[in-house]
Write a protein that binds this ligand. Structure first.
Ligand code: 9WN
Length: 481
């Protein structure tokens, strides 16, 4: 088979592409409602205890994927949604970190790279408290989990209470946040740093280019990528990117996964915004469990102030990454810098500026695009198909949609929600899409695309209700200092 020609089929006809068991050629949509098709994707990717992001490309459990999946699954089966999070938390390390991958031992080693024999978690991670019975990676992903746990609880509080779901997950989530706030404050300004691009989840975002350029890539012959067997090379990170990912991960492993002297350390707006949103969610969980939650809400507000202080760029009207090694902001506009719109205590002016930036030439929302691209449309590194360097992703758009509602932008939120539902449907629940055409890229039948579709279907269009309940006190406003 000529793989290359198959994988480079025209993107205006996404359904005719043959990936991940999606329909090849011809009529494309299976019969039935969008809701049912999304549920079928999640059923197909369910392993019995958790959900794989994609059967072919990502055949294990991923940390932030599982949080987004649980948010959608709660509408299908609150029990499965609880189980999804519990399975992930069972792989938590003694130091509090939640690993970015929990490996399924029945999947062949060569199905995904880097595999368990690369990470060697139970030996290399022993001092950091890696579990003995399950193999994991040693890096982390964005902390969406407490937010997910709270949303899962609200879907069926009776079931949640009868299973003591929140009482069991609360101490683990608290330990997770402690790990991030204490061990990962590498910049000393109160925010958490990521020590690998995979930790932030937007692997090849242009914001990493400068900090990554200082990393000596591992030689290409020293590892074998598995992703290119399932994805078109032009949709994926380059070999040079991979060499650097491998070097950083191997160095971290060889240092026993201890935090401190990382060659790559970046404070990222989305990672920290999700931590703050999750801290607000932990406050709600604490209240449900009979405590006051006041200290957590206060901490979330302090962290919001730190985020503005360290990462807000007034000239760009958005948040940027801070390279901790140079102590300078990275001048690249990515969707990560818009995600703090989910924060209830964001200063009013910052929220208004973020909405202007979303609509302006760099992201084009409602003008040149219907979904928010992952990177600046006018940026020097923009590529509409290459992973996190331009394509639109469903999880970041779902976050922006919630942020728009939280800040009273109901019409814009309604239009974004409609575009998300249409594109998820038309693309076969693609992993990511061309931000101009909506053409599918990456894997089809992707779990968080299906899960967040379900969540959007369950939301009353344009409703403000739910967002303050879910993300925090709704104590909007305050001035930029
Ligand atoms: C590395 C699973 C993950 C997502 C990430 C996405 C991609 C992995 C990879 O897939 O990253 O973690 O192999 O490319 O970038 O956000 O969690 O879906």
């Amino acid at each position: 088979m000529n793989r290359t020609s198959q994988l480079t089929a025209p993107r205006t006809a996404p359904h005719e592409r043959g990936r991940d068991g999606a329909a090849v050629h011809g009529p494309v949509r299976p019969a039935g409602s969008l809701h049912r098709r999304a549920a079928e994707v999640l059923d197909g990717n369910w392993t019995g205890a958790s959900t794989v992001p994609s059967r072919s490309l990502y055949p294990h459990q991923w940390s932030w994927d599982s949080a987004f999946v649980a948010i959608g699954l709660r509408h299908l089966s609150p029990l499965r949604a609880q189980t999804e999070l519990e399975t992930l938390l069972d792989a938590q390390w003694g130091d509090g970190r939640i690993p970015h991958i929990v490996f399924n031992p029945s999947v062949p080693l060569d199905a995904y790279f880097p595999s368990p024999d690369f990470w060697r978690s139970s030996s290399a991670g022993r001092a950091a408290g890696a579990p003995r019975t399950v193999q994991t990676s040693g890096i982390v992903q964005p902390p969406v989990h407490a937010l997910a746990a709270w949303l899962v609880h609200t879907a069926d509080p009776g079931l949640s209470r009868s299973r003591s779901f929140l009482a069991r997950v609360y101490p683990r989530l608290a330990a997770w946040h402690r790990y991030l706030l204490h061990r990962r404050d590498l910049g000393g300004g109160g925010l958490a740093s990521v020590v690998h691009p995979w930790e932030q989840g937007m692997d090849n975002a242009p914001s990493w280019d400068a900090p990554l350029s200082r990393v000596v890539p591992a030689p290409a012959r020293s590892f074998r990528r598995a992703d290119l067997a399932h994805g078109a090379p032009e949709d994926r990170p380059t070999d040079l990117d991979y060499g650097r990912y491998v070097r950083l991960a191997a160095d971290y492993r060889d240092a026993g996964y201890g935090d401190g002297a990382a060659g790559f350390a970046v404070e990222d707006p989305a990672f920290n915004a999700l931590l703050i949103a999750s801290e607000h969610a932990l406050a709600r969980i604490a209240r449900e469990l009979g405590a006051t939650g006041t200290a957590r809400d206060a901490r979330a507000r302090r962290l919001t102030a730190a985020l503005v202080d360290r990462l807000w760029d007034p000239a760009q009207g958005m948040f940027l990454c801070r390279d901790v090694r140079t102590d300078a902001l990275v001048p690249e506009r990515g969707v990560s810098g818009l995600v703090p719109l989910i924060l209830p205590a964001l200063p009013r002016e910052a929220a208004a500026a973020l909405v202007r930036t979303l609509r302006g030439p760099h992201f084009g929302l409602g003008a040149t695009t219907r979904l928010v691209p992952s990177y600046d449309l006018t940026g020097h590194a923009f590529d509409p198909h290459r992973y996190w360097r331009g394509p639109a992703w469903f999880n970041t758009n779902w976050l922006v949609e919630r942020g728009l509602r939280l800040h009273g932008e109901y019409d814009r939120a309604r239009r974004l929600r409609a575009a998300l539902l249409e594109t998820a449907d038309a693309s076969g629940f693609a992993e990511y899409v061309d931000p101009y055409t909506g053409g599918a890229c990456g894997a089809l039948g992707f779990s968080w695309t299906a899960a967040l579709t379900l969540d959007l279907l369950h939301e009353a269009p344009g409703a403000a209700h739910g967002t303050t309940e879910e993300f925090g006190e709704g104590a909007l406003g305050g001035d930029l200092r």
